[in-house]
Design a protein around this ligand. Structure first.
Ligand code: I3P
Length: 126
C-alpha cells in the first residue's frame, strides 16, 4: 500500500464534555482525579481529549494523542459506591482499564449511557 493511502476517520456518533476519572489501569487501582474531558464516541471506541477537539487546534499540537478506550467486550454500569457524586457510571475495558464518567445534568448523562451501551452491544465481545 502506498503511504498516501489515508484510513478514513471513523464516524463520530456523539461528542461533548463530561467529567471523567480513570480509576484503574490494567487492573491496577489509580488515585481518583476528576477532570473535564471532551469525549468522542465512535462505533468501536471512545476518545478523551484534554480540550475541545477543534481540528485546527489539534493540528497545532503534533503528536497529541487522546486517551483511547476500546469498547469491544467492555462493560458499562451505573455506580453509586465509587463516588460521592450523582449520575456516575463506570466503563471497564477488557484490558482492565476503569473509567468513571459523570454529569450533573440528568438527561445528558442518560444520553451518554445509552449511546455507549448501544455501541458496546453492537460490537463483538472480543
Ligand atoms: C479524592 C477527591 C475525589 C473524591 C475521592 C477523594 O481526594 O476528593 O473527588 O471522589 O473520594 O479521595 P484526593 O483529591 O485527595 O485524591 P468523588 O468526588 O468521586 O467522591 P473517594 O476516596 O471516596 O473515591
Amino acid at each position: 500500500l502506498s503511504e498516501n493511502v489515508k484510513v478514513p476517520e471513523p464516524v463520530v456518533e456523539k461528542e461533548g464534555y463530561l467529567l471523567k476519572a480513570r480509576i484503574a489501569d490494567g487492573g491496577k487501582k489509580l488515585r481518583k482525579n476528576w477532570s473535564t474531558s471532551w469525549v468522542v464516541l465512535t462505533a468501536r471506541k471512545m476518545e478523551f481529549y484534554k480540550e475541545s477537539k477543534q481540528p485546527a487546534l489539534a493540528n497545532l499540537k503534533p503528536g497529541y494523542k487522546p486517551e483511547c478506550v476500546d469498547l469491544c467486550g467492555a462493560r458499562i454500569e451505573w455506580t453509586s459506591e465509587k463516588s460521592s457524586r450523582k449520575n456516575v457510571f463506570q466503563i471497564t475495558t477488557v484490558s482492565g482499564n476503569e473509567f468513571l464518567l459523570q454529569s450533573d445534568i440528568d438527561f445528558l448523562i442518560l444520553d451518554w449511557f445509552h449511546a455507549i451501551k448501544n455501541a458496546i452491544d453492537r460490537l463483538p465481545k472480543e
